[in-house]
Ligand binder design. Structure first.
Ligand code: SF4
Length: 351
């Protein structure tokens, strides 16, 4: 299905039409604070964020976009609520895309003014609908907040903008109810060819937000639905990007990067495996290899259980093992294991 969506250009990136699913996040600095916002965007881009969104609640924030844009290398989306003049100001200050809910922009003429500004600069509009702000009539029609209601609301807004003569659109339909969200995406994917921005809204803290996002995005993306994603977390946006990358990799939608597998620990575990696995995960983040690394808790079963990994370490009391494809290649003092693994990875493929 993803192959059949319309290709939409956002700055120098494209989504839709079977292009790779791009990762988005949103800054949580004050957009008016150019320095802090640029710093955060640069960190997010380095971590793998493809497109960044900034809230534009004031004219000062809209003006800041022009300065921010000079310092960053990824497309910038302006997030607008209620005030159509802010949307126009964001467009004039170089936003590569705007996110609006036409339902809270107000009268038709105000929406038309925003559409005209976007059309003039040929920047796409993301039409966003949230289950929380579903129109009263649709809640009544469908006897509550439902996937059908969310889809109808989104398509009504899309048709409104199409009637105004513009079709550079991306749609997002969001609900914090994971199954409702998945159902809504299944329904809308059958009814429109516009690319879909997928995410579970208000997913929660790092723990529950990650699980809800992984389940929801997993169901949706696995069906070939979705062209760009955001994992929404009550936490550091960097965690959103890390999680989004992991979800895409797990689904086979993103290549590259080291995958760390580690045993669940058991009564045979002889080292601080939890600490070690976390250290390894951080250590490999910047190493550009596409391999599997195993971190195992004992020297008896570890090598066998790590067979599917390209390289691994297994810890024992005082000594540990370096393993390749399940074979022991070196015995080392326990405190040298991590560095030995690092050196192997840095020189991978050289022998
Ligand atoms: S590798 Fe060893 S410590 Fe880890 S789960 Fe298997 S038996 Fe237990």
């Amino acid at each position: 299905m993803r192959e059949h969506t319309k290709v939409i250009k956002i700055g120098d990136r494209v989504i839709g039409g079977g292009n790779p699913v791009l990762i988005q996040s949103m800054t949580n600095t004050k957009t008016e604070d150019v320095r802090a916002t640029v710093k955060q965007i640069q960190e997010l881009a380095a971590a793998g964020c493809d497109i960044i969104r900034c809230a534009v609640p004031t004219f000062e924030a809209a003006k800041a976009l022009a300065e921010i844009k000079k310092e960053i290398s990824i497309p910038l989306v302006a997030d607008i609520h209620f005030d159509y003049r802010l949307a126009i100001a964001a467009i004039e200050n170089g936003a590569d895309k705007i996110r609006i809910n036409p339902g809270n922009i107000g009268s038709r003429s105000r929406v038309q003014a925003v559409v005209d500004a976007a059309k003039e600069r040929q920047i796409p509009i993301r039409v966003g609908v949230n289950s929380g702000s579903l129109e009263k009539e649709l809640v009544e029609k469908y006897h509550g907040v439902t996937a059908e209601g969310i889809v109808e609301s989104a398509l009504d807004k899309v048709h409104l903008i199409e009637d105004m003569g513009y079709d550079q659109l991306v749609i997002s339909i969001k609900s914090s109810d994971v199954l409702m969200c998945a159902r809504a995406h299944e329904l809308i994917a059958d009814k429109t060819d516009y690319p879909l921005h997928v995410g579970i809204t208000e997913a929660g803290t790092l723990f529950s937000g990650n699980i809800k996002s992984a389940v929801g995005l997993g169901i949706i993306l696995y069906q070939g639905i979705g062209d760009t994603i955001r994992v929404s977390l009550t936490g550091d946006p960097l965690e959103e990007v890390r999680s989004a990358k992991r979800i895409l990799k797990t689904l086979g939608l993103k290549k590259g990067g080291i995958e760390v597998v580690s045993c669940p620990t058991c009564g045979r575990t002889q080292i601080d495996l939890i600490g070690l696995a976390n250290r390894v995960e951080r250590m490999v983040e910047d190493i550009p290899l596409d391999i599997k690394v195993a971190v195992m808790g004992c020297v008896v079963n570890g090598p066998g259980e790590a067979k599917e990994a390209d390289i691994g370490i297994a810890g024992g009391v005082g000594t540990g093992l370096l393993i390749k494809k399940g074979e022991i290649v070196k015995k080392l003092p326990e405190d040298e294991l991590l560095e030995a693994l690092r050196q192997e990875l840095l020189h991978w493929g050289e022998e």
